[in-house]
Design a binder for this molecule. Sequence first.
Ligand code: IPE
Ligand code: IPE
Ligand code: MG
Length: 239
Amino acid sequence: MNQPRHVAIIMDGNGRWAKARRHGRVYGHIRGAKVAKSVIEECARIKVPFLTLFAFSTENWFRPIEEVSFLMHLLQRQLRRERATLMRNNIRFQVIGDVERMPEGVQDIVRETIEVTRSNSGMILTFALSYGGRQEVTMMAQEVARRVAAGDLKASEVDEATVASLLPTSFLPDPDLIIRTSGERRISNFFLWQSAYSEIEFVETPWPDFSTADLHHALARFGLRERRFGRTSEQLRLP
Ligand code: IPE
Ligand code: IPE
Ligand code: MG
């Protein structure tokens, strides 16, 4: 069965999960952080080479200030606490997104976590923080324009490989499988360029209830899919 090289997850549904239990939204985020830990450990255990978690979008900044502050605080605490987990599982930590927009404390712990896990040779775990697909495509366009203006690049030479190499995800293969929890069937500004041929699993389970069994179901369904990349089934069976 085909195993995805790169799994990306849009961890959605924390707020509704908490509300349904008559709790504040932030309670859902606390539970969600615990689920993230277990999914990270399981992916490392089964040797998924790349795992990306969409944790905070460029649009999430528009949420009520109390929720944004809480999320920043939770992220900082969780990264500090789970450093040992990353080391124990030989996980290398990376981030994509406009991290400079995050509070200093978060930026510091992000930098430190990248640094201390730098030599780990197992799974690459990437957190998408203050991340937006449109924002990164816009930044890429600016960089192309700068290089063309400086004479370092010809407009006619800009191809798909150039674009991919100027995106912050250039160190990642495109995601094979994108999982979104909580029943919403949309991309919400995640991996716009990178998801061109991703298989997408929309699962009804809200993120705080997402279990390692749900992860294995999604991986099993992925394994059954035929990825044609525009070709025909017959072509795929040729040697
Ligand atoms: C995902 O859960 C976490 C973040 C986007 C930070 P939500 O907070 O979006 O929860 P719902 O979708 O409102 O239930
Ligand atoms: C997408 O979820 C972003 C993350 C999971 C971090 P949202 O909850 O922000 O997406 P919308 O607003 O429902 O599209
Ligand atoms: Mg949501």
